[in-house]
Every structure is written in C-alpha cells, then in structure tokens.
Design a protein around this ligand. Structure first.
Ligand SMILES: C[S@@+](CC[C@H](N)C(=O)[O-])C[C@H]1O[C@@H](n2cnc3c(N)ncnc32)[C@H](O)[C@@H]1O
Length: 231
C-alpha cells in the first residue's frame, strides 16, 4: 500500500534544510521564492498591504509566513507534515500574527473561510497537488484582486504533467515517493487563465551568476479578477 503523503513529508522533515539565523543583510526574517540564498524577489510579489491576510500552502518550517507576520500581515501556514509544523512552531512560536494548521492544503482551502488577499506556495503544496483542482479552489478563496503565486523548480524538458518525486530515506532503504505536477510556463499561464485569473505571468528566475547550482526557479502569479468566479 502506498505511504500516506504526510508520512513521506515527515521523512523529508528529518533532513530538510534549516533557515539561517540571519541573512546576508543581517535580517532575522525574509521571504525567498527560490532555492538559492539571498536571491530573487521578496514578499512584494504578493501585493499585500498592512494587515493583509495570506495563506502559505505547504509552509514547511515556516520562514516565509513568519516574515509576513513580522511585516504586520496575518499569515496561516498550512502543512500536512506534523514534523514540519513542529519545526515551524519551535522556530517561530514567539511570532504573533501567524497560525499553523496541520492539514492537506486543498482540503483546508475548500473548507476555509476564504476572502484571502494572497495565497502562495514556495516549493510547497502547489507543486504537489493537482493544479486542475487547486487553481480553481484558490481562486474561489481569494478576494477580488487577491494574488495566487507559487514557485518551484522549472520542469525538465519533455517531462510534463504528473511526476514521481523521491525523498531519500536513508542508506539501504527505499525512498519515500510523492507526486508533483510539472508544466512549462505557457501551460501554467493557460491553466490559470482558464480559471479566470488575470495578469498571469510564469517566468523562470535565473540562478545566481556565481556558484555551483545552475537551476533557476519557476515563479507563477495570477490575480483574481474583480467580480468574476472560476467555472
Ligand atoms: C519542499 S517542502 C517546502 C517547504 C517550504 N515551503 C519551504 O520553502 O521551505 C514542501 C512542503 O509542502 C508540504 N506539502 C506537500 N504536499 C502538501 C499538501 N497537499 N498539503 C499541505 N502541505 C503539503 C510538505 O509537507 C512540505 O513541508
């Protein structure tokens, strides 16, 4: 029988990278859409004003949600891994304005209150949930003008749609397996536009010029149009 996704992500939590205490600018919190340190755009992508309400789908150890809270916004970090959320609570437990929820992202959004100013995901649940289900559900949960944005690795050329992703478990053990959805930028644009999103962009943020890691980061963004609803 297949392993539950929460158990697979608990495996990941054992070895997941830990955010540094401070970044290169000496800041204790920051927003990073990419897999590279001190790189790429920040929270401004979300277009949040003071007191704005945001949801992080697959928040992991919570650094991005904690940053929004420190900026004076309200953030909900949703993650199905108890171990990941334990890391978030341990690191950011003293930070007001952020709530941690242990739940599948799609289930929580479907049942949630809606009216969000922004819903985002950084290498998170938006990569590991069928976008045909998630994108319209996010749309329904956003206020008019609200932003949906997510990032992850760009697809490997020709490897599109539902893919197996392997999480190393340990020497001599089979990896945990989860599924993710990879698409080229133009497919993401069509998919979001088909749900009613406006001003849709899907771009690859180039990697830093220096350093051994050469993969960029795909960043997809769309805005809920005023008065419209996903079909
Ligand atoms: C690669 S980690 C990224 C964590 C975090 N966003 C970051 O940037 O460090 C992926 C996270 O998404 C969570 N996740 C995957 N599928 C999910 C789902 N369907 N619902 C909620 N969380 C999910 C995992 O538990 C894990 O914490």
């Amino acid at each position: 029988m297949a392993e539950a996704p929460s158990a697979a992500w608990d495996v990941y939590a054992r070895t997941a990278p830990t955010r540094r205490a401070v970044n290169s600018r000496g800041e204790k919190t920051w927003f990073n859409w990419t897999q590279h340190a001190d790189h790429g755009p920040g929270a401004e992508v979300l277009g949040l004003g003071a007191g704005g309400k945001a949801v992080d789908l697959g928040c992991g150890s919570g650094g991005n949600a904690a940053h929004l809270a420190r900026l004076g916004m309200r953030a909900v970090g949703v993650d199905l891994s108890a171990r990941q959320l334990a890391r978030a609570r341990e690191r950011w437990g003293e930070t007001g304005g952020v709530e941690w929820v242990e739940r599948d992202a799609l289930d929580w959004l479907t049942a949630g209150p809606g009216g969000w100013d922004a819903v985002y995901s950084v290498f998170g649940a938006a990569w590991f949930t069928d976008p045909e289900l998630l994108a319209p559900t996010v749309y329904a949960g956003l206020r008019d003008g609200g932003v949906f944005a997510f990032s992850h690795r760009p697809p490997v050329e020709g490897c599109y749609g539902r893919q197996a992703a392997f999480i190393p478990r340990g020497e001599g053990e089979d990896p945990a397996v989860v599924t993710r959805w990879d698409h080229p930028p133009e497919t993401w644009c069509e998919l979001l536009q088909g749900c009613g999103y406006k001003d849709v962009t899907a771009t690859v943020i180039p990697p830093p010029e220096q350093g051994p890691r050469r993969a960029g980061t795909l960043l997809v963004r769309g805005v809920r149009g005023a008065g419209s609803r996903a079909g």
